[in-house]
Design a protein around this ligand. Structure first.
Ligand SMILES: [Mn+2]
Length: 350
């Protein structure tokens, strides 16, 4: 990766967020302070992580701190490289830590990093794409395992637990976010939460879930119907599916993100459900479940090859229910490669 962008207008950048620590230093322990300059790479960790950092951070000097001497050690390092301006992660550093840093690193100027690291991370390397591909495979394999278990009378919590259990069995280290497994009228809430509600005849059931695999997230959504689908359910489902397919067709290098959003949104608007699709078409996925680029109606970001994004239109009707269908894709020169293999035909369960 290119750290020159990070070092624009500053002498050193201090990385503190878990995902950027892993991305820029290799350190996967989550808690540490990574100082990058054009001439040095240093990571400061406490004794819980010294051994780990020494094995993970290739080309880095690992400095162990303890007993409140962190900022003294950082100051020593900054003096060594004659740094005057230090860039910090304003999006992630707490105000408390920032204030402490300002007080301890007396005489330094501070520059916010903004979204520079996020923009760098939005275009994936081949190694990252391989990890995201495997993460998504774990997700859809778990879905295939769970589909035949979906029965009338089971609770949403049971369903969420099965999805998470299967992902873990398939190699995930955790969940990428809180699993959504909701049914009936609750499916009108895009981010509804599972509870003890039982799956009933005629319910839509929306499952939006993802795993963590070697620090990378997966994300997919499928909606099924219990027992039998009503004509209106079929109409809503097919409208979302048509929009999702249009969105996938639009996603390719060179398109402006808002135009990809509109390609899908137009289908939903023309079917008369425009007011029922409040969120964006999709988002980037990587070490974070939601990262750049944002495929929103306002996003001017131009997609480039090897971005990984979701395509997830939905229709949500209060008092009736909702449908969302989500795949995760790699942006290519002339289209996109879908990493989510599960069927999108309307599935009847129970
Ligand atoms: Mn998503």
């Amino acid at each position: 990766m290119n750290i020159d962008t990070l070092l624009e207008n500053c002498d050193a950048v201090l990385i503190t967020s878990p995902h950027n620590l892993q991305y820029f230093s290799g350190f996967a322990g989550g808690e540490g302070f990574c100082l990058l300059s054009s001439s040095s790479k240093t990571i400061f960790v406490d004794s819980r992580y010294t051994v780990e950092a020494e094995s993970e951070c290739i080309g880095f000097e690992v400095i162990e701190f303890g007993g409140g001497n962190l900022f003294e050690l950082i100051t020593e390092q900054l003096n060594k490289i004659s740094a005057k301006v230090i860039c910090y992660e304003d999006l992630y550093l707490t105000v408390a830590t920032f204030n402490r840093m300002k007080e301890k690193l007396d005489g330094m100027s501070f520059l916010p990093l903004g979204d520079k690291a996020d923009v760098i991370r939005s275009v994936k390397t081949d190694a990252e794409i391989a990890l995201l591909r495997e993460a998504e495979r774990i997700g859809y394999m778990a879905f295939e395992q769970v589909l035949p278990m979906i029965r009338l009378g089971m609770t949403e919590n049971d369903l969420a637990a099965e999805l998470e259990y299967q992902m873990r069995k398939l190699g995930a280290s955790g969940n990428a976010f809180d699993t959504i497994a909701i049914s009936g009228k609750k499916t009108a809430m895009p981010h509804g939460r599972p509870d003890g509600k039982r799956l009933e005849y005629g319910d839509f059931v929306t499952m939006d879930f993802g795993c963590l695999y070697k620090g990378y997230c997966s994300d997919m959504t499928r909606t099924v119907v219990m027992g039998e689908a009503s004509p209106k359910q079929i109409e809503v489902y097919n409208t979302v599916l048509a929009a999702q397919l249009e969105g996938l067709k639009a996603i390719k290098a060179g398109i402006v993100a808002k135009d990809a959003d509109y390609a899908a949104r137009r289908i939903i608007e023309e079917a008369g459900y425009g007011s029922c699709f409040g969120h964006s078409l999709g988002h980037g996925v990587g070490m974070l479940i939601h990262e750049q680029p944002n495929l929103s109606p306002r996003s001017e970001t131009v997609l480039v090859p090897n971005m990984i994004v979701t395509c997830e239109p939905g229709i949500y009707i209060p008092g009736f229910g909702g449908v969302r269908i989500e795949d995760m894709v790699v942006v290519k020169e002339n289209g996109c490669e879908n990493l989510t293999y599960s069927t999108k035909e309307l599935i009847i369960c129970g």
